[in-house]
Design a protein around this ligand. Structure first.
Ligand SMILES: [Zn+2]
Length: 243
């Protein structure tokens, strides 16, 4: 009851963010349908509920920062420096084609102790691919990443957040888990770091997986947003952990 009143109050404070509310509704629908119909994998809420049910465990809010679409010369090094300064471990879902272009950024990410994971080779909509193409997207990226880190990635985040049963099977055969979306902010557009941080904060701590993006077209926007999100989360007593 109190929470709902608080949420309404927050909305009133930001009445012009219509675009975001539309986005929230869209994401709510996608998440609802996804949880019902997508193959099993990591969903923020599921993990949260599982933790709450664990007997004798104190409730503590642990969030996970994830970065998709890198590595990028515009942001990866700056993100690494920020995470180092803040002593936060994160998970990076790299695109294979970018891994080929910037192997030194992958190496720096791995060396800094973050999880280096697979986000496909060329960022296609996985359910639209033939089985051989689907396998190629996953295997080539695994191969590129393993050549740099010496470790086979265990996690796969599907581009656009969606896989089908065939893709789930391909992942299972490779002992990989899909990681779906959590708190998202349309941050692959240039919307400004303030807005990205605000949009993410509105979804916490119900969503514990924070999904942020890298890319030349958004430059440093999400490095700045990440700093704001970490600061605000710390004020609220939340902590961070890689997935
Ligand atoms: Zn992506």
């Amino acid at each position: 009851m109190h929470d709902r009143r608080l949420a309404r109050q927050k909305l009133k404070e930001d009445p012009h963010d219509f675009e975001h509310r539309l986005h929230q509704a869209k994401m709510g629908l996608i998440t609802y349908l996804g949880k019902r119909f997508l193959p099993g994998g990591y969903w923020s809420k599921n993990r949260m509920e599982a933790r709450e049910q664990a007997p004798g465990q104190e409730k503590k809010t642990v969030l996970h920062l994830t970065f998709d679409d890198g590595p990028s010369p515009e942001s990866t090094r700056e993100l690494l420096a920020l995470l180092e300064e803040e002593q936060v471990a994160a998970c990076f879902f790299f695109i294979g084609e970018n891994v080929r272009r910037y192997p030194e950024l992958v190496q720096a990410t791995f060396k800094a102790g973050h999880i280096v994971a697979n986000h496909s080779l060329s960022h296609p909509f996985m359910p639209a691919l033939s089985l051989p193409k689907m396998e190629h997207e996953i295997d080539e990226t695994n191969r590129e990443l393993e050549a740099i880190t010496g470790e086979k990635p265990a996690l796969f985040r599907p581009p656009f957040g969606i896989i089908d049963a065939r893709c789930a099977e391909v992942l299972k055969e490779r002992r990989m888990s899909p990681v779906y979306w959590g708190a998202v902010a349309d941050d692959w557009h240039r919307v400004g770091d303030d807005r990205v941080a605000k949009r993410i904060m509105k979804q916490l701590p119900q969503e514990e997986l924070i999904v942020l993006h890298e890319g030349a077209h958004i430059g440093r926007q999400n490095v700045l947003a990440t700093k704001k999100i970490i600061d605000k989360c710390r004020d609220l007593g939340y902590s961070f952990d890689a997935i």
